[in-house]
Design a protein around this ligand. Sequence first.
Ligand code: ACO
Length: 335
Amino acid sequence: MYSSKITGLGYFVPDNVVTNDDLSQWMDTNDEWIQERTGIKERRWIDPKTGETTSTMAVKASKIAIERAGLTKDDIDFIIFATLSPDMYFPGGGVRVQDMLDMPTIGALDVRNQCSGFIYSLSVADQFIKTGMYKNILVIGAENHSGGLEKSTRGRGVTVIFGDGAGAAVLSRTEEKGKGILSSHLHSEGKHAKELALEGPATQRWVPEIIAENDPNDVSYFPYMNGQFVFKHAVVRFSEAIVEGLQANNLQKEDIDMLIPHQANLRIAQFIQKKFGLPDENVYNNIQRYGNTTAASVIIALTEAWEKGKINDGDLVVLAAFGSGFTWGSVVLRW
Ligand code: ACO
């Protein structure tokens, strides 16, 4: 059986910086509240005038990742695209990327696992490579949150948290022993689906019904989050997923060279860091600058950490995420 390893990384975020003070012009919020509760100072939101979309950002990140892998678009055998904010209700973003990159008629799979989307995607890609079915898979996480947030005081509990961006990795076949993805661990608990969700419009309640009801208090087409409930579950599940990954590989927490937690909230990441006794240099956070970019967050953070020379040959890297679904998971890699 083969192994898979990351051979190329790339990310793209829109130029448009939205600070906490900018948000306070549109809603009753302030820099102090946002920083204290979330650690976020600013985020990137697509400027609608640019025409940027989830898929166009994904394409920009993918081009960088493919080039850094020393490959061309024609070497990619398969695309896996994680997002909760696709350009269209259907088809998903994978085929858009395939088209925009002018790739051959390779398969494109869309993954809908929100904040865990990149972890799930990497795991799926790993299985395809292990079996020998594919050699090089483009794995993408990308989000355009700003297009679907309620930018008013009513939406402030959710809106201040999220940012736009995209990241991509090329996962390639390797025969190097002990390198690349060592294991992945995926979980879900659907009974909490409504605690962090965007309910409509969807087939249970479609656009004509929403229009017919004409209810000014209807917020079903904006994301809803039971923040404290999600927070409490996140800290438990993050820890479980990391422990599971370490145990599966007979590793200790001291073996972790770099932990990349999903950038949900700096307080969650700090709680996990403390729990595992990790020094600052062994955890990478960038939520301060980008907010929560959901499926893009782990791959953007991984790419930045690698670009800054914080991940080196032989390092043990742990990726972990938790989010809507609830879904959560981890990937353990030897770089
Ligand atoms: N500015 C100012 N005040 C605000 C804001 C805001 N942006 N948002 C809410 N408030 C107010 C509330 O109205 C409330 O006021 P009240 O006490 O008068 O009723 C007060 O602040 C406290 O609100 P809480 O929601 O209880 O605030 P909390 O401390 O829980 O922080 C937060 C909210 C930051 C969302 C936190 O709960 C959190 O980070 N939760 C986890 C998020 C997460 O991990 N998500 C998973 C990934 S996302 C995904 O999968 C898509």
